[in-house]
Design a protein around this ligand. Structure first.
Ligand code: GSY
Length: 181
């Protein structure tokens, strides 16, 4: 069952039903930059999603799946009139169109797209957890997110992204690979 908890007024423009969400993109197979570019294009061309900000691209060591190639990671700020689940469906469809198979949870991937935050919603369901349950522990997420949204609040931790990054004890190296994709 889908449980939505709305801690306070949903930061959504109720007249037009628009929400700001943050997405994490990663690739560690083949032409990683091309895969990220293609995923960005697919997201931008999606109905009801528009991209507002794009972080730099960072090269990062794999976390949780150590014997794998290095990742390229970035974060997008999007505005969407899709709810969290329809947004997830659209992102999964893009991953699938781009050839991602999700059989292996920690396997290499040509592209992976995760929802980090969706307005100030808290979602806990079998299919979706928002905020992303590990985002506060991962520098490969926090560094690009802090670049484009340092003041954005994590609705569970009640801290902004900059504060979470400063307190994060992941000491993996997250280097800029290219400033502007
Ligand atoms: O959760 C996204 C996939 N992923 C990544 C990633 O995107 N970047 C890094 N550095 N490590 C990762 N481990 C996994 S799983």
């Amino acid at each position: 069952m889908l449980v939505f908890t709305v801690p306070k007024r949903v930061k959504q423009n109720s007249r037009v039903g628009l929400a700001i969400a943050y997405l994490s993109l990663g690739s560690n197979l083949g032409d990683r930059l091309q895969y990220l570019k293609k995923a960005i294009k697919e997201i931008e061309e999606s109905d009801k999603i528009s991209i507002k900000k794009i972080s730099s691209v960072y090269e990062t060591k794999p976390v949780g799946c150590e014997n794998q190639p290095q990742f390229l990671n970035l974060v997008l700020e999007v505005q969407t009139s899709l709810g969290p689940l329809p947004l997830l469906e659209r992102l999964l469809a893009i991953e699938k169109e781009m050839g991602r198979k999700r059989e292996e949870k920690w396997g290499s991937r040509n592209v992976d797209v995760d929802i980090l935050l969706y307005a100030d919603l808290i979602v806990n369901s079998d299919r979706l957890a928002i905020p992303h349950p590990r985002m506060h522990q991962r520098k490969f997420v926090l560094v690009p997110l802090a670049q484009i949204a340092p003041q954005t609040l994590h609705p569970l931790l009640k801290k902004n992204v900059k504060e979470i990054l400063e307190g994060c004890d992941d000491n993996s190296v997250v280097n800029i690979f290219i400033e502007k994709i």
